[in-house]
Design a protein around this ligand. Structure first.
Ligand code: PLP
Length: 450
């Protein structure tokens, strides 16, 4: 048994033979055989080092292998590993208070889940119950998780596989995507105004009295870090106020310092009625999510039962991990470092754009950034289109393979390369990563023209 566990070939074989891999064809996979990880690096079983430029799934915000979290988790396990959610624990109360302190003052109470999709499901459920309305307005270029409700809420093409059984009541609208604005516009503000007017028109067609909530990522993530132009969120908030609609920020990816502020929506200066969270809440050390709820919504369940529940809601050990992770963000000034490194990246990518004709656009907030590669800067023809078929991915697959060969793990999707490293990354490590990306996108440069 001992020999088996340590045989890297056997580990690979067991994984391939007995487990299923998300979002992938199961044949022909060649996953990294991870052995250990520390700081911004993951090491495979051959001792090869990969710089982690996407914090795995944009969740390992404090970096890998932080022993303070391990110690907090072990201590909690030794004291009390589990009680049902009707009992109270110190870590649950601590975490609730800490979340109330770092979120806007109107968000006063947390309902704990196990991850992002569950947070979205519960936020939608609360919005529908609180308003007595059923429609949820979301953006086409968004991802909110893979459970039935959450995947229906997102506009990501992964939902198309289950479209015929989608959760009813979701209404999608266009994003204010300035680089490819769906309307004529010459400034980001103009694109924002047209997008918000379009959203309001759609809400009128759908019947404002039927719309429970507008759900948007605090800052866009997997759909390509499509930055919201200034003024967009204010316009959306005023639509919510006009029609009595709730505003839900999905902070699953953009939360916990990722964007250089505690939450992505903190950049927009508007009140939100609920926040869905996960990922950075424990920086991936254990599964946990939360929905932070406005005091009015929380109070509406003072005299009637809250119709939500999960066996592992407020799991004491996950809560202990989260409290330790919040301490680390604060003690090590990680939110500030994300903002600082984000500005550094902006300057350095500006240099790289001079060298690489394939970089069409760079969009970034703190350390949630994305390069968009194009075949032609004038026509903006993408290196691979939205929802690219395998035969349209040839060049991007070569770029991704080069990135891996040179010792980096990051998220490459269609014509996007994500740059979202752990928030404690140093300038030297940023340079190391950019050097790899620069070498890899020379492959794409050869396919650009015009
Ligand atoms: N919301 C956003 C914005 C996400 O990026 C994700 C996952 O990437 C989710 C929700 C779903 O989170 P989970 O995978 O933990 O269910």
């Amino acid at each position: 048994m001992e020999t088996l566990t340590h045989d890297k070939q056997q580990i690979l074989q067991d994984n391939l033979d007995y487990t299923l891999f998300s979002w992938s064809k199961q044949a022909g996979l060649n996953p990294i055989n991870a052995e250990r990880a520390e700081g911004v690096y993951v090491y495979d079983r051959d001792g090869k080092r990969y710089i982690d430029f996407s914090s795995q799934l944009m969740n390992v915000n404090i970096g890998h292998g932080n022993q303070k979290v391990t110690e907090a988790v072990a201590a909690q396990m030794q004291e009390l590993s589990y009680v049902y959610p009707g009992m109270i624990t110190k870590t649950r109360g601590d975490l609730g208070r800490r979340l109330a302190e770092i979120t806007p003052p109107n968000l006063t109470k947390a309902f704990f889940t196990l991850g992002g999709a569950e947070s979205i499901e519960n936020a939608i459920k609360l919005a529908r119950i609180y308003t007595g309305r059923h429609k949820i307005v979301t953006l086409y270029l968004s991802f909110h998780g893979a459970s039935y409700g959450a995947i229906s809420a997102g506009g990501d093409p992964r939902k198309l596989a289950v479209d015929s059984q989608a959760m009813p009541g979701v209404v999608h609208v266009e994003n204010p995507y300035f680089y490819r604005c769906p309307w004529y516009s010459t400034t980001p503000e103009e694109c924002a105004e047209r997008a918000a007017a379009h959203m309001e028109r759609v809400i009128q067609y759908e019947g404002p009295g039927n719309v429970a909530a507008i759900l948007m990522e605090g800052e866009s993530g997997t759909s390509g870090c499509i930055k919201y132009p200034p003024t967009y969120w204010q316009r959306v908030r005023s639509i919510c106020d006009k029609y009595g609609i709730l505003l839900i920020a999905d902070e699953v990816m953009s939360g916990f310092g990722r964007t250089g502020k505690w939450f992505g929506s903190d950049h927009h200066g508007v009140k939100v009625d609920m926040m869905a969270m996960a990922k950075g809440i424990t920086a991936g050390y254990l599964p946990l999510g939360a929905v932070m709820v406005d005091e009015k919504i929380a109070a509406s369940f003072n005299d009637k039962p809250l119709p939500l529940g999960l066996t592992y809601s407020a799991h004491p050990v996950s809560c202990a991990a989260a409290v330790a992770v919040l301490d680390i963000y604060e003690e090590e000034n990680m939110v500030e470092n994300a903002a600082k490194m984000g500005r550094y990246l902006d300057a350095r990518i500006c240099d790289l754009m001079g060298e690489h004709p394939s970089i069409g656009d760079w969009r970034n907030t703190g350390l949630l950034g994305c390069l968009e590669l194009v075949k032609n800067r004038t026509t903006k023809e993408p290196m691979a289109p939205w929802n690219a078929a395998p035969d349209q991915m040839e060049v991007m697959n070569q770029v991704a393979a080069k990135i891996r060969e040179l010792g980096m793990y990051t998220f490459v999707r269609w014509n996007y390369i994500f740059i979202a490293p752990p928030l404690n990354i140093t300038k030297e490590e940023v340079e190391e990563g950019l050097d790899i990306i620069s070498q890899a996108i020379r492959i794409a440069d050869q396919h650009t023209h015009g």
